[in-house]
Design a protein. Structure first.
Length: 256
C-alpha cells in the first residue's frame, strides 16, 4: 500500500527515505527554499522551507516524510515568516539587484518576488565585505553570500574537493576559502566545478560571462520560481521554459 502525507489538504504519496521536500517536489507541490538541492545532503540553513507538521514547525528539506503527517505549507502565517526571513537576508548582506549581474537569474530575488516582498522592512546593515578576484576564472563577492552552504556541499560531495567552508557565528559568520592564503587562486577550484555554478545569489560568478543573457530576457524575468523549481525537479514539463532554465533552475542542477 502506498504511504501518503497530506500537504494543504492534498494527498501526497511518498517513499521511505524521502523528506517532506522530496515528496512535495515529486508531487508538483512547491515549498519555497534556497539552500535545498536534490543532489546534496539537506542542510536546513535558510529556513524558508519551514512548514507545520501536525502543528509543529519543521524544515521540509530535512524532516522525513511519515504516514499520518498533516502538513501546512501555504498559509499567511508561514508565508509572512518566509517574507521576514527573505527581508533579513537582503539587509544582512549587500544585495542591490539593479547592479547585480545575477539579476533575473537569482533565486533569492525570485523568492522575494514570489513572496510579494515589496520592501526591506528592516534597516540595512551595510556590512563591509570583500571581493576575491584572485582566481583566473571565478569571482567571489562576499557581499551577496547568504550562507546556504550549497558551494560547500557541492565542492565536497560532487567535485570531490573541499574548497569552501563557513566560519564564525551570528553576525560574524562568513564564507571561507580553504587555502592558507585565504584566496581562491590558491585552491584547486575549476570553473567547470559544480561549486562554481550552484550559488543562488551573485556571490560566485564566472568571469568573462557577464550579461551574455541580457537583463529582461532571464529566467525569472518571465517565470515564477515555483514553476522553474518544479520543472527542474522533473515534476512539471519544462518545454515552456527557455533552454537555459536547465542551468539556472535549482542552481544549475543540469548544468556543469
Amino acid at each position: 500500500m502506498t504511504k501518503t502525507i497530506a500537504i494543504d489538504g492534498k494527498t501526497i504519496p511518498f517513499e521511505d527515505g524521502q523528506t517532506i521536500m522530496d515528496a512535495a517536489l515529486a508531487a508538483d507541490v512547491y515549498i519555497p527554499h534556497l539552500c535545498h538541492h536534490p543532489e546534496f545532503t539537506p542542510h536546513g540553513s535558510c529556513k524558508l522551507c519551514s512548514v507545520k507538521v501536525n502543528g509543529r514547525i519543521c524544515s521540509a528539506c530535512t524532516f522525513p516524510a511519515a504516514e499520518g503527517q498533516d502538513i501546512i505549507n501555504n498559509s499567511d502565517e508561514l508565508n509572512g515568516d518566509r517574507k521576514r526571513i527573505t527581508q533579513m537576508l537582503f539587509v544582512e548582506g549587500n544585495h542591490f539587484c539593479p547592479s547585480c549581474e545575477k539579476s533575473g537569474n537569482c533565486p533569492l530575488q525570485a523568492v522575494a518576488y514570489y513572496l510579494n516582498m515589496l520592501d526591506n522592512h528592516f534597516p540595512f546593515f551595510f556590512q563591509t565585505r570583500q571581493l576575491d578576484a584572485s582566481h583566473p576564472d571565478v569571482l567571489i563577492d562576499h557581499n551577496r553570500c547568504i550562507f546556504c552552504t550549497l558551494c560547500v556541499r557541492a565542492s565536497q560531495q560532487q567535485d570531490g574537493k573541499d574548497v569552501f567552508g563557513i566560519a564564525g557565528r551570528g553576525i560574524n559568520k562568513h564564507l571561507i576559502v580553504n587555502a592558507e592564503s585565504g584566496q581562491l587562486k590558491d585552491t584547486d577550484l575549476d570553473a567547470a566545478d559544480k561549486a562554481a555554478h550552484v550559488c543562488p545569489t551573485g556571490a560566485i560568478l564566472i568571469k568573462r560571462t557577464g550579461y551574455q543573457v541580457p537583463i529582461g530576457q532571464r529566467i525569472y524575468d518571465h517565470h515564477q520560481i515555483d514553476a522553474v523549481s518544479l520543472a527542474a525537479s522533473g515534476s512539471r514539463p519544462s518545454a515552456a521554459l527557455p533552454p537555459f532554465v536547465a542551468v539556472v533552475a535549482e542552481g544549475g542542477r543540469h548544468g556543469r
